[in-house]
Design a protein around this ligand. Structure first.
Ligand SMILES: NC(=O)c1ccc[n+]([C@@H]2O[C@H](COP(=O)([O-])OP(=O)(O)OC[C@H]3O[C@@H](n4cnc5c(N)ncnc54)[C@H](OP(=O)(O)O)[C@@H]3O)[C@@H](O)[C@H]2O)c1
Length: 292
């Protein structure tokens, strides 16, 4: 009798169930799991190779690369051979990321709320690497609180970084992506871009703007083989929430109350490596116990 067995990489292969029954080893669970473990390692190695084929040699520009989600994503992309332009204000912290990265990097220290900064980072990246394949507008700031007590100047700054800089980056990168007939944009949104949160109406509004932008831009650019999407995390345990201590992060992760920045980086790698006929437009990623 022939059966189909699924391997870790979702390919199927025929197995002879009579032979399995005849083999005493097939009744030994230790031997079975030892075989399965070798097979899983083999399949995982194949998956890694496929990922590298899809990403190796590509050029990514990532903002907010000096910490948190941007840093974790940059390091993950570097491990897959992606050349990186790292953008943020702190040159020192960007250099630290560049030193840890496994791939070629360009450090671009700039304040994205300053006029001309977006053009500068796009021009410098194109000059160094010749093209941009992946744009990850990720830099963002968080302002919670009561509107009746808020600071409108601080809101303007938030809109400049969370929203305007994203529009401007798209404007600066799109013409070359259209010319090369390929490209991927993944913007870091938030679950606050999918539902308005009572404690943070200004921040929620900025991320709702990003969601609308992503949906419209995707439809404007899809004919040019450009894929546009957003990754929308819930609570990520990093500096945005004041988490700098890995012990405190580990405890919250263990309690399933928060994500690591690396969890979001994994989601971004997943989005970037889908087959060419697939776009993940919106990916919401939450800690298992975030009740939202
Ligand atoms: N942490 C969360 O729970 C969470 C949840 C949902 C969505 N998000 C979103 O995730 C994105 C990344 O945040 P994160 O969680 O990784 O927090 P983070 O560690 O505070 O990172 C923010 C990044 O933005 C950069 N940045 C801030 N202002 C900038 C400016 N004016 N010019 C250039 N770069 C600037 C920072 O770099 P410098 O300080 O070096 O400038 C830093 O690299 C943001 O868009 C945030 O809204 C975060």
């Amino acid at each position: 009798m022939r059966l189909l067995s699924a391997s870790y990489d979702h390919s199927y292969q025929a197995v002879d169930s009579n032979a399995l029954r005849r083999s005493p080893e097939s009744l030994d669970p230790t031997a079975f799991f030892a075989r399965a473990s070798v097979k899983n390692k083999f399949s995982t190695a194949i998956e890694e190779e496929v990922l590298e084929q899809k990403l190796e040699g590509k050029v990514a520009l990532i903002t907010g690369a000096s910490s948190g989600i941007g840093r974790a994503t940059a390091l993950a992309l570097g491990r897959h051979g992606v050349k990186l332009a790292l953008v943020g204000r702190s040159a020192e912290r960007l250099e630290q990321v560049a030193n840890k990265s496994a791939s070629e990097t360009l450090v671009l220290s700039t304040d994205l709320s300053a006029p001309g900064s977006v053009k500068h980072v796009v021009d410098a990246t194109t000059e160094r690497f010749g093209r941009i394949d992946i744009l990850l507008p990720n830099a963002g700031i968080y302002i919670p609180g009561e509107v009746a007590e808020g600071d409108p100047n601080a809101w303007d700054k938030l809109i400049a970084i969370n929203v305007s800089a994203v529009f401007r980056l798209a404007r600066a990168v799109l013409p070359s992506m259209i010319k090369q007939a390929s490209g991927q944009f993944i913007v870091t949104s938030s679950v606050a871009g999918h539902q308005a949160l009572v404690g943070e109406p200004i921040y929620s509004a900025s991320k709702h703007a990003i969601q609308a932008f992503v949906h419209g831009l995707r439809r404007q650019t899809m004919e040019h083989n450009i894929r546009v999407g957003s990754v929308a995390p819930g609570i990520v345990l990093n500096e945005l929430w004041g988490y700098t201590d890995s012990v405190a992060v580990d405890a919250k992760v263990e309690a399933r109350e928060g994500l690591r920045s690396e969890d979001v980086a994994d989601a971004v790698i997943y989005m970037l490596t889908r087959p060419a006929n697939v776009t993940i437009r919106d990916l919401v990623i939450l800690p298992q116990l975030q009740d939202i």
